[in-house]
Design a protein around this ligand. Sequence first.
Ligand SMILES: [Fe+2]
Length: 305
Amino acid sequence: MTKANINPEPSQNPFALGNQEVYLRWQEQKLAAYPELAGQLIVEVRDPRALSRAEKQKITELCQKTNMAIYQSEVKDADKDVPRLLGRQMGLTNLDPNMLADEDGITSLELMPAKHERGYIPYSNRRLLWHTDGYYNDSSHRIAAMLLHCVRPALSGGENSLLDHEMVYLLLREQDPMYIKALMDPEAMTIPANLEAGEVERPAQSGPVFSTNEQGSLSMRYTTRVRSIIWKDNIATKSAVEALANILDSDCKYIFHHRLEAGQGIICNNVLHNRTSFKNGESTATQRLIYRARYYDRINSGTDK
Ligand SMILES: [Fe+2]
């Protein structure tokens, strides 16, 4: 377990810039035996809807180490109870009902030309650039965890890259702590209002890239998109954003690459991720369908471990 998950004392928060000793102890723990291959994140489960104690333990431990796990099962039904019940067992209950989610709060991500034409790339087969989910949400609706469950992969493509946001924090702080200071600025990034048909659907949101909550957990808001974001106009912010982009653009050994197969899913504390473009086939079986659930809770942040 990382210090971040258990220590509510502000003076013991490794992510606060003043606490160098606390940070160094956290860093040592974080780097010790950190996985370097996506295969090390995979947990075989018999049925994600009803995890065994050992399966749940394994997913919990991976999420504590890397903020993510990939589960794999033979349950390949188009059943939204798979992500819903898995999430619930991992302490995820507060779903974010974003405006394009299905009525039950879980989004079916598939090729949908009508939504794509409105500018929503997740519903296209184009690549998705690096981001954390809900980066445009206000601070009271911060997405702390998210789950992607694959019902059907595409004929080809649709691979995800994943990078633990705590690891990005660590890499940036190692380069220059001033990068962290700039990215913790409450005005570091502004998402312009989302205008549709001339009406404001979502007001502009300013906020930090990195922030910590009362429990001392680190969260990250970020997108590589340039069209939908305004960075604070100073050299410190620009340098920090450039350093971050360079890490994401590199072959950093902490970036995991994985293409979800049917019955597999990613459960994570909203780590950085992207997606390559994909190509569907003619038959339904080769048309990509992913269920996505976003939560305000972190994985197992309660007492039930
Ligand atoms: Fe996403």
